[in-house]
Design a protein around this ligand. Structure first.
Ligand SMILES: [Zn+2]
Ligand SMILES: [Zn+2]
Length: 135
């Protein structure tokens, strides 16, 4: 797929780490769990899931691994220069990865279908009726 133009490119703030994506994401979600709040430095993560075959990573990444609530590892991949968290891989997702939706810098990017860990969301944040809230 590398000889065809990507559908979109997610990039870190300094531009040295890029995730080129091919085709549409399999799903788009947000998560308000406290781990996502810390990892992103924001009130929730907003991510798009792709199959590995839909992704091409350009530039060097550093990764940080932790255990998830379910006891399985998740790995946050970030730019070693600017620190932007560009994508995440997980033991529970062996054939895929999730890309930080904000890194596409595209206000038209698909809205999340679900908000996970809605019980942890900040009080001001109203996801609206179109987004299914879970947990
Ligand atoms: Zn960077
Ligand atoms: Zn989360």
């Amino acid at each position: 797929m590398s000889d065809t133009a990507p559908t979109r490119t997610a990039a870190c703030a300094c531009g040295q780490l890029r995730a080129h994506t091919y085709g549409e994401p399999r799903s788009v979600y947000a998560c308000a769990c406290l781990d996502c709040q810390r990892a992103t430095g924001s009130a929730f993560s907003y991510r798009a899931r792709y199959e590995l075959a839909q992704l091409r990573i350009e530039g060097g990444a550093r990764a940080w691994r932790r255990g998830s609530d379910a006891g399985r590892w998740v790995e946050q991949h970030f730019c070693p220069h600017c620190g932007t968290l560009v994508y995440m891989t997980a033991e529970s997702l062996p054939d895929g990865a999730v890309v930080s939706a904000g890194c596409f810098a595209d206000p038209e990017f698909a809205a999340p279908g679900r908000l996970y860990r809605a019980s942890r969301k900040h009080g001001w944040f109203d996801p609206g009726a179109a987004i299914e809230t879970v947990g």
